[in-house]
Ligand binder design. Structure first.
Ligand code: KPL
Length: 299
């Protein structure tokens, strides 16, 4: 298969790098990362160790492939969609945090859009090098649910190169489940500047659990079956599996970048407001992170 990974940061490089073992992969990445990959390949350290030689470019316009995997930050999805629209792809898979990314892609693109979530820990150590800091799982499928032959094909390609992948027929529920995990872990670890494992214990656990519980309630109000117990268990499991890792939002704050708060706790807040529900913990977390972004001129 010909595959383009759009937004090859840490997760995109990990996924694209593994796929490059079997497929013709092009990574669309920042200049320094692109140069390093062109010079001496992409090095994956940690559990999925490999050195591979995918093509790399900073220019995502006019590309063509069987599959495009979108791993940009949720705030950059519209820009990615515009660039992808100048090329041609049979299938586009969103492997991003937060909600609403697939709808943004579907508004602009003609190919089939698949939804996905990834809980692998990945950190870009230096240009050309990414470390897999925690084995997780990729879940992908048709964005509105149901079975999809294309999703099966993409899922097989992922599994064969060692990426733990499940093809699911209930993506809306999976996406809300992942949102409930991120709503609890990401802002708490970013604001307190702690590893993911800190949300398992007092005093952070109450806040993280409240944000997750509120998210599950909003999911149910939106017609998605997500019991509190299931959402809380999965938040605790992910925090435990990635206990020593920095969440993506903490990494954003540490490096002074805009976060994905709007597509995570902000999304919960918006859907709750539409339905007249109060989500005080998500509101407070979103306000604090947005205040941090504003003070740094990031919004
Ligand atoms: O998705 C993540 C993120 O950091 O954005 C988790 C699952 C919390 C892993 O760190």
């Amino acid at each position: 298969m010909e595959i383009v990974v759009f937004g090859a940061g840490s997760l995109g490089s990990l996924v694209g790098g593994r796929l490059a073992r079997d497929h013709e992969v092009t990574l669309v990445a920042r200049a320094e990362h692109t140069e390093a990959i062109r010079d001496s390949g992409l090095h994956i350290e940690g559990e999925l160790e490999a050195t591979v030689f995918p093509a790399a470019t900073t220019d995502g316009r006019g590309l063509a492939a069987d599959l495009a995997i979108v791993t940009v930050k949720s705030g950059d999805t519209a820009t990615a969609a515009d660039a992808l629209a100048t090329g041609s792809f049979d299938v586009v898979l969103s492997l991003q945090n937060g909600m609403g990314n697939e709808a943004v892609l579907a508004d602009v693109l003609e190919g089939s859009i698949l939804a996905g979530t990834a809980s692998y820990g990945a950190v870009r150590r230096e240009p050309g090098t990414v470390e897999c800091t925690g084995r997780g799982e990729i879940v992908l499928g048709a964005r509105e649910g149901g079975s999809s032959v294309l999703a099966e094909r993409v899922g097989r390609a992922f599994s064969v190169v060692g990426l733990e992948t499940t093809v699911a027929d209930d993506m809306p529920r999976r996406l809300w489940g992942k949102l409930a995990v991120n709503a609890g872990i990401n802002p708490v670890t970013a604001l307190a500047d702690v590893e993911n494992g800190a949300v398992l214990d007092p005093p952070a656990n109450d806040t993280a659990r409240a944000a997750t519980r509120e998210t599950a309630r909003v999911a149910r109000a939106c017609g998605v079956h997500l019991p509190n117990r299931v959402a809380l268990e999965s938040m605790a499991r992910v925090a435990d599996d990635t206990a020593a890792n920095a969440s993506s939002m903490r990494q954003d704050v540490r490096t002074g970048r805009r976060t994905e708060i709007d597509a995570i706790n902000g999304y919960v807040l918006d859907r709750a407001s539409e339905r007249g529900l109060e989500v005080p913990t998500n509101r407070t977390l979103a306000t604090l992170v947005r205040t941090w972004e504003r003070a740094r001129g990031l919004r």
